[in-house]
Structures are given as structure tokens and as C-alpha cells.
Design a protein around this ligand. Structure first.
Ligand code: AN7
Length: 352
């Protein structure tokens, strides 16, 4: 039986036989080929999405959280805390529940997607909304956890990065080598840091022959790394990456520079268009922030055509059901019809 990422990759993770493994069987997510969308866009590369929305709480955060919570448990922690734009809080709340720990989450008032909020509430976390943004929340959490017996489980906790690097291991094992390009949304910049670490480690162990170019994408209204300075009031419909002062800023720049990749920004319209295209052409429903990694491919390919045979990965960090309000907002309203055969068939006349 599949046992989750710590069990699968324990030789490459900071665990011992005494570490209690707190798992919801995260990881082992599929690479889904975007055959229809690639054809529609004239992209000849082998283009896959790694659908991290299929993790137990619906985002990639589960990979980091199984490690952070297992190590917190090993250290005897009773209570964990995080700031979150939503997905971290959902994962922390779920894994803390599994570990019989208390979880406190600090979220920006009114700016987290409905599905994520419902998760933190259902798993029994203490959910505190602040009149401020993610960056304000993270500052508070760092301050409080420094002076109280509470374990911080944001990605500044190094165990989070260790867990998340396993995404790169899975890609290498599935493809038989590293891809040419790795497209990924960038918010607090923990995930791009983790993937780059994972790719480098497997390369050093000769489990892959090369390294991908790391292609990070921020939302245009909250693109501190691209703009070169912190953003005081970041704004984007992709609330997951509404972050103005990423904790792993330097590490993200190192991943970009060492891999000869880029960090660029993408407009909310481009994000929305990519989210819709992916859902309609290839049947994969991701949340807005995740679509930045698809919008990134579309934008990059326009300026620098990706070559036939090259392998391209877009990381879909979270499931579309996380943010149902946004999905409904950008879709056509269902048509109200009489409950008769005739009125239904009338709606279908163009297709029959
Ligand atoms: C779907 O949950 O920061 O660059 O507090 O939920 O590693 O921060 C979420 C981030 C991309 C960005 N896609 O990853 C949080 C949080 C989704 C996300 C990101 C997030 P990082």
C-alpha cells in the first residue's frame, strides 16, 4: 500500500526510525499530458501538468506539512501555527488533527478562498482573521512563535521545504530524467526553492542527467521579485499568491539564476484565460494561482517558441474546487428552462 512521501523518500529526508510519521498519504500525484491544449496553442513540446490539487487537502502544501508536523510531533510540540493565504492553513489544520495537536491559523480578512476557509474550520483549527494581508500575518506569527512554545509551520520552517522537494523526485522518476522547463507559480517562494533543491539533490545522486530551467510566475499585482521591491498592498484574483514580501525571495532568485531560468509576471486576465483553457481543453480544474504556471508557458512560448521534443512541466499547485466563487464568476450562468423535453431540446439545437 502507498504510504505517503516520507515513507517513499525517507532516505532523502531528515527522519529517523524514531520519527512518528504523520501522513494522509500525500504525494504520488500524476503528470497529465496537455495534449488538446498543446495542439490548440501550437506548442510542439511534451507538456505535462503535475496535478498537486489531487493531494489529500487539495494542494501541494501537504508534502511540506507531513514533514513539518511529523518533526513537530517528534519534538513534543502540542501546538502549531501558521499565516496563510488559505492552502497552508488547510493543510496545517488537517495534519495537526491527524497528529492530535492544536492548530492556530492567521488569515487575511476576506481574502481567502471559500474552500480553504471551510477546511481550516472543519478540521478544528483556531481560525483568526486579521485586518491585514498575508505579509502582516506572517510577521505576527514569526514574532509569537519566537517567544512562545508554538511551532511555526510556514515554509520558513526548513522541514516544509524538505517535504516539498519530493515533487521534483516524483517528476524525475516519472519522466526518467529532469524536464527541460519547470513552470511554477511563486507566492512566498517556498515551493520554487523546494523543487530546485529536489532537482539538484537527485542530479548529485546521478538519478537524473540534467537540471531544468526554473520558470517562476508571480501575479502582476503582487510581483515583488519581478518588480524588485516589496509590494505594500499586493492585489490579484489569485489570492493564494497575494504576497508582497516573500520569505524565500533570495532562494527564488538563486533558483532562477543557477538554472538560467526566469521569474516573470502574468496578468489576472492571462491567469483566468489559462484556468479556463485548461479546464475546457484537457479536463483539469485548478485554482487561479496554479493557472499562472500554464499562463507562463503560453506567454513564454509566444516570445521564445519551445522546441519539438522538449519536456515542459507546469505545477498545478491547488485544486479548482478550492475557489468555487471565482470559477462561477468567470463561467456562463446555467440556463433556467421549463421541465419539458421540448424546452431542453431547444437549447441543444445547435449541437444535434
Ligand atoms: C495554490 O497557503 O502561501 O511560492 O499561505 O496556495 O511556495 O508560497 C500559498 C501559496 C502557489 C505559492 N499556488 O507557493 C499559503 C500560501 C497555490 C498556493 C502558491 C500557494 P509559494
Amino acid at each position: 500500500m502507498y504510504q505517503g512521501i516520507i515513507h517513499r523518500y525517507k532516505d532523502y529526508l531528515p527522519v529517523t526510525k524514531d520519527t512518528p510519521i504523520i501522513t494522509l498519504k500525500e504525494g504520488n500525484t500524476p503528470l497529465i499530458p496537455l495534449t488538446n491544449l498543446a495542439e490548440h496553442l501550437g506548442i510542439k513540446a511534451e507538456w505535462y501538468v503535475k496535478f498537486e490539487g489531487l493531494n489529500p487537502t487539495g494542494s501541494f502544501k501537504d508534502r511540506g506539512m507531513t514533514m513539518a508536523i511529523s518533526k513537530a510531533k517528534e519534538d513534543g510540540a502540542k501546538i502549531v501555527m501558521c499565516a496563510s493565504t488559505g492552502n497552508t492553513s488547510a493543510a496545517a489544520a488537517a495534519y495537526a488533527a491527524k497528529a492530535n495537536m492544536k492548530c492556530v491559523v492567521l488569515i487575511p480578512e476576506g481574502k481567502i478562498a471559500l474552500g480553504k476557509l471551510s477546511q481550516a474550520m472543519m478540521h478544528g483549527a483556531i481560525v483568526l482573521q486579521i485586518k491585514g494581508n498575508f505579509d502582516d500575518a506572517l510577521t505576527l506569527v514569526r514574532d509569537i512563535t519566537e517567544s512562545h512554545p508554538i511551532t511555526l509551520v510556514n515554509s520558513v520552517n526548513p522541514y516544509r521545504i524538505e517535504g516539498q522537494k519530493t515533487g521534483a523526485f516524483e517528476i524525475i522518476e516519472d519522466l526518467g530524467d529532469a524536464p527541460d522547463y519547470h513552470f511554477i507559480p511563486v507566492g512566498n517562494a517556498g515551493n520554487i526553492t523546494a523543487y530546485w533543491k529536489g532537482y539538484k539533490e537527485f542530479k548529485d545522486l546521478c538519478k537524473s542527467s540534467r537540471l531544468p530551467k526554473m520558470m517562476g510566475y508571480q501575479a502582476a499585482g503582487s510581483a515583488p521579485i519581478v518588480d524588485g521591491h516589496p509590494i505594500k498592498e499586493p492585489d490579484t484574483i489569485a489570492t493564494a499568491i497575494r504576497i508582497g514580501n516573500p520569505a524565500s525571495w533570495k532562494q527564488a532568485e538563486a533558483a532562477r539564476d543557477e538554472s538560467k531560468g526566469i521569474i516573470d509576471k502574468i496578468s489576472d486576465d492571462e491567469i483566468t484565460e489559462a484556468q479556463k483553457l485548461l479546464a475546457r481543453f484537457d479536463g483539469v480544474f485548478c485554482e487561479p494561482a496554479s493557472a499562472a504556471s500554464v499562463a507562463g508557458v503560453i506567454k513564454y512560448h509566444r516570445e521564445n517558441p519551445i522546441v519539438n521534443g522538449e519536456k515542459v512541466i507546469s505545477i498545478l499547485t491547488g485544486h479548482g474546487l478550492k475557489d468555487p466563487n471565482r470559477a462561477i464568476e468567470i463561467s456562463t450562468t446555467p440556463t433556467l428552462v421549463d421541465s419539458t423535453k421540448e424546452s431542453i431540446l431547444k437549447q441543444l439545437k445547435d449541437f444535434l
